[in-house]
Every structure is written in C-alpha cells, then in structure tokens.
Design a protein around this ligand. Structure first.
Ligand SMILES: [Zn+2]
Length: 96
C-alpha cells in the first residue's frame, strides 16, 4: 500500500540526492506524450519497497504522471523511509 508523505519527508529520504530532484522532475515519462516530460502538482508517496512515488501531472498535456524514485535500493535512504513509515503508522493508530 502506498502511503502519503510530505515534501520534507522526500527531502529527508533523498538526503544529498534531494538537490538533484529537479532533474528527476524534468525527466518524468508521460505515457500520453510518449516521452520525457516535467511532472507538476505532484503528491509524494512511499511504496512497499520504500521507494518514493510522485503522483502528479504532465506539464505538457495535463495527463497523469507517476515518477518513481528508487530510494529503497540505497540502504541509508531506505532506513529513513522505513522510519518515516513507522512514525506515520503510529500516528494513524493514535488518531483512531
Ligand atoms: Zn504528457
């Protein structure tokens, strides 16, 4: 299950890679345009593999675009992602 995170979570997970986030944003694949496009108005999520998924829209055509950022493969980033997932799970439980 994908869980919603915040932009500052993305910054924490990506750490030193965060400064290059704009490169990833500008190289998102749009299936409608059939090529690289820029993702806009995105919301960040974490998937089961602790990768970040940005769910947003194509700057060219306005179609839905998902941009995967594979952080799960880098151990340190994955640890941060796991931690954020655990904190969010605890927070949800408390709200019930
Ligand atoms: Zn497009």
């Amino acid at each position: 299950m994908d869980i919603a995170i915040e932009e500052y979570d993305v910054e924490l997970i990506m750490a030193d890679q965060y400064k290059n986030l704009y490169i990833l944003l500008e190289n998102s694949y749009c299936s409608t345009c059939r090529g690289a496009s820029t993702i806009v108005d995105y919301k960040p999520f974490l998937n089961n593999l602790n990768d970040i998924i940005l769910k947003g829209f194509c700057a060219e055509c306005g179609g839905k675009v998902n941009r995967y950022i594979e952080t799960g493969e880098r151990r340190q980033n994955a640890e941060v992602a796991k931690h954020i997932r655990n904190v969010l799970a605890l927070f949800k439980k408390r709200k019930k």
